[in-house]
Design a protein around this ligand. Structure first.
Ligand SMILES: NC(=O)c1ccc[n+]([C@@H]2O[C@H](COP(=O)([O-])OP(=O)(O)OC[C@H]3O[C@@H](n4cnc5c(N)ncnc54)[C@H](O)[C@@H]3O)[C@@H](O)[C@H]2O)c1
Length: 188
């Protein structure tokens, strides 16, 4: 399929999504749901663990988001247009290994933002968390712009990562959606 952009005839670039941390709780749901909308071959599941291969029908690769060269290579080679960055160390595990948690949650995000800048991606999705709130945050009907006073390294990294200044400093023109997920999914 072709289309005209800036007066130039181009091949239609379909949405091509790369999901990091795709073997996790949110990722496994997403890589099942997204292909219904974008097609099986347009959703690329990646995770540091190769157990993904057993669980996911579409394309699946081993990728450590801390390895920026590998991430860049994959984005460029596969023609990725959007990234859902789900690779993270969550609360309980994060507190046991705070430095690794900070590194993954922040450097992983920065690598993704940098790849988005370099390869001019359309969108980056990065989930925030209720962990950004703490003892002084409102207990009921907590608004999106409520005081954030996280008490965990996980929550602190989510506050830092969602700072508009950080995304502005890293990239422009690219839509970064840092959504705070209003859910608490039970872990099995
Ligand atoms: N689960 C929830 O209820 C919830 C709520 C709010 C926000 N979130 C956010 O959603 C995202 C995903 O959460 P989840 O519950 O699926 O987490 P999870 O712990 O189930 O999955 C995280 C995945 O990241 C992978 N990973 C770890 N290190 C990696 C690395 N270096 N490179 C690539 N992948 C790596 C892990 O193998 C794992 O599969 C996180 O950013 C989390 O903060 C989750």
């Amino acid at each position: 399929m072709t289309f005209i952009k800036n007066g130039i005839l181009s091949f239609m670039s379909t949405v091509k999504i790369l999901v990091t941390g795709a073997c996790g709780q949110i990722g496994t749901e997403l890589v099942t749901a997204l292909p219904n909308k974008y097609g099986l071959n347009n959703v690329v599941a990646t995770d540091i663990h190769d157990r993904c291969q057993m669980r996911i029908d579409g394309p699946c690769y081993t990728l450590d988001v801390l390895n920026s060269e590998a991430l860049d290579w994959m984005v460029e080679t596969l023609g990725i247009t959007q990234i859902y960055d789900l690779a993270a160390v969550l609360s309980a595990s994060g507190e046991k290994q705070p430095l690794q948690s900070w590194d993954l949650n922040m450097k992983g995000l920065l690598n993704v933002l940098e790849a988005a800048r370099k390869y001019k991606l359309d969108k980056v999705f990065w989930p925030s968390s209720i962990a950004v709130f703490g003892p002084d945050s409102p207990k009921a009907s907590c608004p999106q712009n409520a005081l954030t006073d996280p008490t965990t390294i996980y929550g602190i990294s989510k506050v830092a990562g969602a700072t508009p200044a950080l995304t502005r400093a890293c990239i422009s023109l690219i839509r970064v959606l840092a959504r705070r997920l209003d859910l608490c999914v039970p872990r099995y």
